[in-house]
Design a binder for this molecule. Structure first.
Ligand code: SF4
Length: 338
């Protein structure tokens, strides 16, 4: 921390450090509007913070925590309800009745999830244990070239003892009555998870990732399993390197294009609408105290501390992942089975 503080001795270096820390959700913003991405990264309104305190955020987390608990050995539906309560971070009576989102709707969803989890378990899947820790919210960071980093958390990793195989599971909630599978089918999120899981468990994975998606209007769950080929996984590596190049270009030119078509999306107006045209100084992007606070928060997440589950479970270099992938593709080409 001290050596990094010494290294980051100018406002510009601090900004570059923050911009080079990537995640799936931040990259979605990058792709939709680089200006918004810059403002969220440097203005202290990262998407997590932005969503904090909203019923949408609380609902998704309550369902996620409930389902994760249902997979834990010896845990009951009441434990899952308690986990949902702890994850509900807005007042209990806050609700969006027209969206069927409230704490009580979340409890109803957990009732339904109990059967779904039992169905998955009856197929032989159980919660994986990695390094002695149940694989819930398993986190990793990939160190990329030129100081870039990509961080992520996996909702659940399941293990099939008979088949000796692992599988990634993502839990989602949706406002669609009939959830289109295309929302998740080509998502790079699960692709990055599956490539890291492959590395982690030495290729003892099944080829698909499982999405458990809850339709709020329908009050029902749907499951989607998507195959992730080795080629697609290699392409993810190319995609993330492409994103790094784009970000480097934005930093080098200090120009962050505005994408007006993204100002209104998903029935809401961008929080920066009307202000994003002002200069960095006016927007508070050169505020050293804010930058220091954001860096501190970022660094807290990079301290490996498995005992209290702070920090990342796995930190690895892209090079290691690449070697691993090449090994898989090489074996495929010589028709060896993995
Ligand atoms: S208001 Fe529009 S152009 Fe400005 S940052 Fe937001 S999405 Fe980008």
């Amino acid at each position: 921390m001290n050596s990094l503080s010494q290294e980051l001795d100018t406002v510009q270096k601090k900004k570059v450090f923050l911009l080079k820390n990537m995640s799936y959700s931040a990259n979605l913003v990058l792709h939709s509007c680089p200006k918004r991405w810059q403002l969220e990264k440097l203005g202290g309104t990262v998407d997590e913070e932005e969503q904090k305190g909203s019923v949408h955020f609380a609902f998704g987390h309550a369902i996620g925590a409930g389902i994760q608990t249902l997979f834990m050995p010896g845990k009951t539906k009441n434990d899952a309800r308690l986990a949902a309560l702890l994850a509900w971070d807005v007042p209990l009576n806050e609700e969006l009745p027209e969206k069927k989102k409230s704490f009580w709707y979340a409890l109803k969803a957990i009732d339904l999830a109990e059967h779904l989890v039992a169905e998955i378990q009856s197929e032989g899947w159980e919660l994986a244990v990695l390094d002695g820790v149940p694989a819930v919210e398993y986190s990793f960071v990939i160190k990329l070239p030129n100081g870039f980093r990509f961080a992520a958390h996996i909702d659940l990793i399941l293990y099939h003892p008979e088949r000796d195989k692992y599988r990634v599971v993502e839990v989602k909630s949706s406002g669609f009555k009939n959830i289109p599978e295309a929302i998740y089918g080509n998502s790079s999120q699960s692709l990055s998870y599956s490539i890291v899981l492959d590395y982690l468990v030495k290729h003892k994975t099944v080829y698909d990732v499982l999405y458990i998606a809850y339709s709020c209007p329908n009050m029902s769950f749907e499951m989607f399993a998507f195959a992730k080929s080795n080629l697609a996984k290699v392409e993810w590596i190319r995609d993330i390197l492409y994103d790094c190049n784009v970000v480097q270009g934005l930093i080098d030119t200090n120009y962050f294009p505005k994408r007006g078509e993204s100002c209104y999306a998903f029935f809401s107006v961008c929080q920066f609408y009307g202000n994003c045209g002002y200069g960095d100084e006016f927007l508070g992007l050169d505020n050293e105290k804010m930058l220091d606070a954001l860096i501190k928060k970022q660094l807290e997440n990079t301290q490996i501390d498995k005992n209290n589950k702070r920090g990342y479970d796995l930190e690895l270099d892209l090079e290691e992942l690449l070697k691993d992938r090449m090994l898989v593709l090489g074996k495929e080409n010589t028709n060896e089975t993995i």
